[in-house]
Design a protein around this ligand. Structure first.
Ligand code: LMR
Length: 330
């Protein structure tokens, strides 16, 4: 009897030793291609996380909506089916955290450095705190530069948008922006945009150039306007219970990996988008329009009313806090 108990105890010890050598899996799902700022930064994070944890963490990357589309991936993260995402902050409205849509206010942020200053400061931290009651934990902000308008007709003046069906992310601010231009906004998952443009379900959309090019949208859009009307900001998020359940040393190593991957992402974003613009031009498939100073002023005049309109939705205080940081004058 004694030897059976000893053998059983020995068996249990071996089993748990074997189990503890199993790496902890982080499924990192996202909706864009690998050769984009987010795709490359996710890969960088994977390499560093596995290196710094000595293989105690294994990161499985699922790009291009392989596992889940925009909305589904948020739900999957909340229920723990995946452990990490880096969605655009324009997609937190449907889960009730609409303050993130502040980054969709047209012409609010003049450049990437300002995005980083705003997101790395109190404003960014306070927004992350709003995710905690939703079971999520914010780890970092990545940015993908300016968004540009594209369509199957030239967009030189705000009125050129009239009656166009324009694909947007699930943000009420983006919806208001398109309505302000007289366009018809259509919320759609990112992975569905190319075929919707090809089949003329929608006429146009807005994207950073790296997304436009890697999704081949330039092949089904005759015109692209370098409008720089807004920035695309990502929030790298994890499941709060998963994160808090990790051993403290592993959490520290992952934070180090995330900090380095974030610096890397911010370093490459501008060049990735500049290279994408050159590739679009080289393809000869899309006319690239660079608005004149007067045309730019007309865009701003047409779109800035969205700020006042969305104040009650986003919150006057947080908008004014960003105005202070960015020096924006409505
Ligand atoms: C979009 O849906 O247009 C973007 O948020 C996709 C992305 O993650 O860059």
């Amino acid at each position: 009897m004694k030897s059976t108990r000893f053998l059983f105890a020995l068996f249990l010890a071996c089993a748990s030793a074997a189990q503890s050598t199993e790496p902890i899996i982080i499924k990192f799902s996202h909706v864009v291609a690998n050769d984009t700022p987010k795709g490359k930064a996710a890969e960088k994070f994977r390499q560093l996380a596995e290196k710094y944890t000595g293989g105690r963490i294994k990161v499985e990357l699922y790009p291009n909506s392989q596992l889940y589309k925009d909305r589904e991936e948020m739900e999957a993260l909340q229920r723990g089916a995946v452990q990490m995402l880096a969605p655009s902050v324009s997609k937190f409205g449907p889960m009730g955290v609409r303050e993130f849509e502040l980054f969709d206010l047209p012409y609010l942020i003049p450049d990437a450095e300002t995005v980083d200053r705003v997101t790395d400061g109190d404003i960014g931290r306070n927004l992350f705190a709003k995710l905690e009651p939703k079971g999520l934990k914010g780890l970092a902000y990545w940015d993908n530069g300016f968004k540009q308008f594209s369509a199957n007709r030239p967009l030189r003046k705000p009125e050129d948008f009239r009656g166009l069906k324009m694909r947007i992310q699930s943000s009420k601010v983006l919806e208001a922006m398109m309505r302000e231009l007289g366009a018809l906004p259509q919320v759609m998952a990112f992975s569905e945009v190319y075929s919707a443009l090809q089949q003329k379900v929608v006429d146009g959309t807005e994207n950073p150039l790296s997304n436009l090019y890697t999704q081949k949208m330039h092949e089904v859009q005759s015109d692209l306007t370098i409008s720089n009307h807004g920035c695309l900001v990502y929030a790298v998020v994890t499941n709060r219970k998963f994160w808090e359940g990790l051993p403290a040393d592993i959490r520290g190593q992952l934070e180090k990996a995330m900090a380095e991957a974030t610096r890397y992402e911010r370093d490459i974003a501008k060049k990735e988008n500049d290279d994408a613009l050159e590739a679009v031009k080289k393809s000869g498939k899309t006319q690239v329009i660079v608005p004149s100073a007067e045309e730019k002023a007309a865009w701003k005049k047409a779109l800035v009313p969205v700020h006042r309109e969305q104040e009650s939705r986003i919150g006057k205080d947080i908008i004014e806090a960003v105005y202070k940081e960015t020096g924006f004058k409505p």
